[in-house]
Ligand binder design. Structure first.
Ligand code: THU
Length: 159
């Protein structure tokens, strides 16, 4: 038998340890939660994406009465960024969420599997790592690359 282990480094920072540009990204993600359309889950998610020239684009979850037809905040933001700025690589993404009582989550929110898959391809398209900020009121997790969020992933190289 053989085996291997995969190791993921997660850096944990409080808000006073973030740079002004990182705080801007975090604020945009938090603000985006207030534009969420979530009449079914009442769970409001915001995602802010920073492009290579510093532009920040945000998105939020969009729900639908036919539940699977909705879209998560992360994919809304990434697809919007790539639609508006196809030539500007995405460098960072920050995700924030408020619970059904409207409070920001204490624990950092984690993106769903489908969003990780889309972010992985966005990273390959960008040609650089996309740094991920997962916001929680007590601490924010920072992960170096989407690859760390989706080990043993499927991508176009298998096709
Ligand atoms: N949601 C996101 O937008 N991003 C995530 O990372 C997790 C879940 C949305 C989908 C749905 O509108 C609501 O949160 C509850 O699952």
């Amino acid at each position: 038998m053989k085996e291997f282990s995969l190791h993921v480094k997660v850096v944990i920072k409080t808000e006073d340890e973030l740079t002004p540009q990182e705080m801007r990204l975090l604020d945009e993600a938090r603000q985006a939660t207030y534009r969420s359309y979530a009449p079914y889950s009442h769970f409001s998610v915001g995602a802010a994406v920073e492009l290579a020239d510093g532009t920040i684009v945000s998105g939020c979850n969009q729900e639908n009465a036919a539940y699977p037809s909705g879209l998560c905040a992360e994919r809304t933001a990434v697809f919007y960024a790539n639609s508006q700025h196809p030539d500007k690589p995405i460098r960072r993404i920050c995700i924030a969420a408020r619970d059904t009582k409207g409070r920001f989550l204490q624990r950092p929110i984690s993106p769903c599997g489908a969003c990780r898959q889309v972010l992985l391809e966005a990273e390959q398209r960008a040609g650089n790592d996309i740094e991920v900020f997962l916001y929680g009121t007590e601490e924010t997790y920072i992960i170096r690359s989407i690859k760390d969020l989706l080990p043993l992933s499927f991508d176009e190289s298998f096709l």
